[in-house]
Design a binder for this molecule. Structure first.
Ligand code: SF4
Length: 134
């Protein structure tokens, strides 16, 4: 439920209270793999890809694909798949990299892939080196 800390109901077999899980966020939340059925292959399922992708998320007035890593960062292969998918979809991809202090996740830094127009618009809020044009 918090970065680096799984929900206490999470077991190796899945959710221990699945039938009675809370409406918000458990029932309502749908990651891209569930939401955009057919567009995201099985290897992009969050437990296989190491990333939770959220499609069509509003970010700084832009509609983006948001990518939240399951661990410290989005695995390179998954990031590359998301980058190509975002490019095909015509959306920027915003992905997080977690900051670690003493083995604990203590924050996150956003980075992005996007069009030159997007990169110019957000370069001051993200830092020019954190926006990669695609
Ligand atoms: S579905 Fe909800 S209650 Fe169940 S493991 Fe996931 S976060 Fe926890």
């Amino acid at each position: 439920m918090r970065p680096g800390r799984p929900c206490r109901h999470c077991t190796k077999q899945g959710c221990a209270i699945y039938e009675n899980r809370p409406e918000d966020p458990c029932v309502r939340f749908k990651c891209a793999w569930l939401e955009d059925e057919g567009q995201y292959p099985d290897e992009m399922r969050p437990d296989r890809s190491g990333v939770i992708a959220i499609p069509g998320r509003k970010w700084r007035n832009w509609k983006v694909i948001l990518a939240i890593p399951a661990g410290q960062s989005v695995p390179q292969e998954s990031l590359e798949w998301l980058r190509k998918h975002a490019q095909k979809s015509g959306l920027p991809l915003v992905f997080h990299e977690r900051l670690v202090t003493d083995g604990e996740f203590t924050g996150a830094k956003a980075r992005a892939y996007g069009s030159p127009v997007f990169a110019n618009a957000v370069k001051y809020s993200l830092g020019p080196e954190d926006v990669i044009k695609m």
